[in-house]
Structure formats: C-alpha cells, structure tokens
Ligand binder design. Sequence first.
Ligand SMILES: [Cu+2]
Length: 188
Amino acid sequence: MLPALAALLAVLLPGVPAWAHNALAEANPAKNATLKKSPAEVKLRFLQKLKPDYTTITVSDAAKAKVETSAPKVDGATGVVSLVAPLANGVYTVAYQVVSTDGHTVKGSYRFTVDDPSAASSSPVPVPSPSEAAPTPAAATSPTPATAVETVKKSEESSNSTLYGLIAGVVVLLAAGAAFLFIRRRKA
Ligand SMILES: [Cu+2]
C-alpha cells in the first residue's frame, strides 16, 4: 500500500522530486542471515551513489559493543567495511547512515548471526554442575539477543513513522489545495 501511495503522490505532484531518499538495496551478510562462519567484510549496496565522507557503516555485537572494522570504502553506490578480526558466534547488528541526493540523512540497521559449529560461542553455555542442574536452564538462555531484536525493531518503527508523517502531511496539503480550488471555482 505504501509504495502505491508513494507512486500516486509522485504522479500527482510532478514538481516534487519523486522519492529522493536513498535506501539499502542489497546487503552481505544479508538481513537476518545465519552464517556458518564469520564474514570477512560487510558490503552494502544502495539505490543511489554514496557520498564517501557522509557514509558510516558500523557493526556491533549483542552487548552493543562496536566491532573493529576498517573505514568504509565507497565505490559508487556500494560501501564496504572489512572486519579486523573474525567474529565470534553471536548476533550482530549492522548500522548504516548515508546521505541522499536531496541532502537528507538516511539511517537503518539490521541483524545477522554468526553460528560457526566449529567455533566456541562468545557466550558459552555453562555446563551445569549436578548441584545447580535445575535452575541453570532458564538462566543459560541469555536475554541479550532479544534485546538486540527489540532495538532493531524500534529503529525501523521510528523511520517508518517519519515516513507516514511525511505522507500524511502531503495528503493534508493536497486536500487543502483541492478544497481551495473548489471554493474559488464556485465563487467565479
Ligand atoms: Cu529528503
């Protein structure tokens, strides 16, 4: 429904630059992917050319600590950061910030998981000793990945609400303009 509305507005308002905001087109590792081994880099391709000085790509672990990467290398619409060391098993968040051709900042984030069966987990599940065998299972499932999921959802929701607000504003302006024209025509 949203793309249809955007297309409709683009047709109705030829003077307004049609959807000038940049957006992520392709990511590697992909959104919500589970990898059998650590990636060597994070590569993001966008719809429009990037401005190298205004492109940031960060990778954080489940505890929100930043993972060490190279500075982003920008080539056209693609930005790449290399990981300095292989990632331990766990959930990671890629966050990016780029600037659109209209000068507005576009931010986003997504998660991927590293689950290398041959590697030690970053949060090893403790082997329960006989005395504490009963209480351990509940505590062993770490709450941090769920927190990361919530953070990602929140940032997606907030950018969606901005978009909805923008569209609502345009619709109100259109309605006001139509009403104004209608009233003028009736008076003439
Ligand atoms: Cu804009």
